[in-house]
Ligand binder design. Structure first.
Ligand SMILES: NC(=O)c1ccc[n+]([C@@H]2O[C@H](COP(=O)([O-])OP(=O)(O)OC[C@H]3O[C@@H](n4cnc5c(N)ncnc54)[C@H](O)[C@@H]3O)[C@@H](O)[C@H]2O)c1
Length: 361
């Protein structure tokens, strides 16, 4: 495949204008940010989501949450819907495990690009509920693959959101897409099975497919409570930021804006039916948990750091090489941790204060 002329935003917009893109599991953290980006690039976007994760009702009735946290999450969810409504993005509340319902949506929208995001998006939660992990990742995928196959005259590309966890423990500081996956646990194995099934439909049925492997995302309106969010909330709640093993564990932290830019490029520059492409889409430079904590402390000086022994089964991670995405998609991440995470921390503090002001009224 030749490297495309794909450096400018205008080139990407030109390719995507008027394209019908369906995001399944698209009301979540990645999905709604991606929907906004694609819509701004000129695509017609439909989200299909059963709202089981990002549920307003669950948020309001979650007795584990502190009032401030509940208020902040409620605003995040309402802001997601308001932004999507302003962009005229279609949202259908539907479960992708139900073949009949999904068929109707495929028939009415006739998507040209389909993006599969539905999953339990956490390896810890997946381990607690392996049956549900299996259903949301693979039963949904079965329906999506079949509908893409049966709509072969309209669907040009299926994009699967996989994960950097498919690599398992990193044997080298950096991994590229040629490294053989050695997934561990139900989450990573379900992702790897999904990758293999997607490639099988490409080879046997000519479906154009793209597999995306992101890592450790952070950014606006996330309610998934990954370490990058928990650290900020702990600092704001006067709780310590726990540094296992001194915080020397490394992750390739990636700002959501960089990921959605890369996915948009993977749609714009896909090579067509019968082509299978796999991309790492990350910032491309693993950083330590201690680095993350020190940025929080820079924004919230009262943050307390507490050292803990390293957990024995902690995975060994590192950098995902993004050379392939650079070469074929013109992907160039814009948000190093010092810039992207700092901006996110400051935004989070503003959001916390916004809820505080509303409570005092
Ligand atoms: N966030 C990350 O750091 C990260 C990293 C690597 C990979 N991923 C993958 O990216 C994808 C999206 O992640 P996210 O962070 O946006 O997660 P998220 O939990 O915010 O969003 C997932 C969405 O899927 C929806 N969904 C689940 N089951 C569904 C079903 N049966 N039918 C319709 N909708 C359904 C949920 O309601 C939710 O809105 C997931 O596949 C995840 O595994 C995420």
């Amino acid at each position: 495949m030749m490297p495309p002329d794909c450096t400018s935003y205008e080139t990407v917009a030109k390719k995507l204008t008027g394209k019908r893109v369906m995001l399944i599991g698209g009301a979540g953290f990645i999905g709604h940010n991606l929907a906004l980006e694609l819509s701004q690039l000129g695509a017609d976007v439909m989200i299909v989501d059963n709202l089981m994760v990002n549920s307003l009702i669950d948020n309001v009735f979650d007795s584990q949450q502190k009032p401030a946290q509940r208020g902040v999450y409620l605003n995040f969810l309402l802001d997601r819907y308001a932004l999507m409504r302003e962009e005229k993005i279609l949202l259908r509340n539907s479960d992708a495990r139900l073949f009949g319902d999904l068929t109707q949506l495929f028939d009415s929208f006739r998507p040209q690009h389909v993006i599969h995001l539905a999953a339990i998006a956490s390896s810890v939660s997946a381990r607690e509920n392996p049956g549900l992990c299996f259903d949301l990742q693979l039963i949904t995928l079965r329906n999506i693959l079949e509908l893409c196959r049966l709509s072969g005259d309209t669907v040009e590309q299926l994009v699967l959101l996989s994960s950097s966890t498919v690599y398992g423990d990193f044997k080298t500081p950096s991994v590229d897409e040629n490294v053989r996956p050695q997934p561990k646990g139900i989450y990573a194995n379900a992702k790897y099975m999904a990758e293999r099934l997607v490639r099988t439909y490409c080879h046997q049925h000519g479906l154009g497919v793209t597999i995306i492997r992101p890592s450790a995302l952070y950014g606006e309106r996330c309610i998934s409570r990954r370490v990058s969010q928990v650290f900020i909330e702990n600092a704001l709640n006067g709780k310590p930021l726990l540094l296992e093993g001194g915080g020397d564990g490394r992750l390739d932290f990636t700002y959501i804006g960089d990921l959605v830019n890369g996915i948009s490029r993977s749609l714009a520059f896909h090579a067509g039916p019968g082509r299978s492409e796999t991309y790492n889409l990350t910032y491309g430079d693993a950083r330590t948990i201690a680095d993350l904590a020190s940025i929080v402390k820079g924004v919230i000086p009262g943050a307390m750091l507490e050292h803990r022994p390293r957990a024995e089964d902690k995975p060994t991670r590192g950098t995902l090489s993004i050379d392939r995405a650079r070469k074929y998609l013109g992907f160039e991440p814009q948000w190093p941790l010092e810039k992207g995470y700092k901006r996110y921390c400051q935004w989070y503090v503003d959001q916390w204060e916004r809820v505080g002001r509303a409570d005092n009224r």
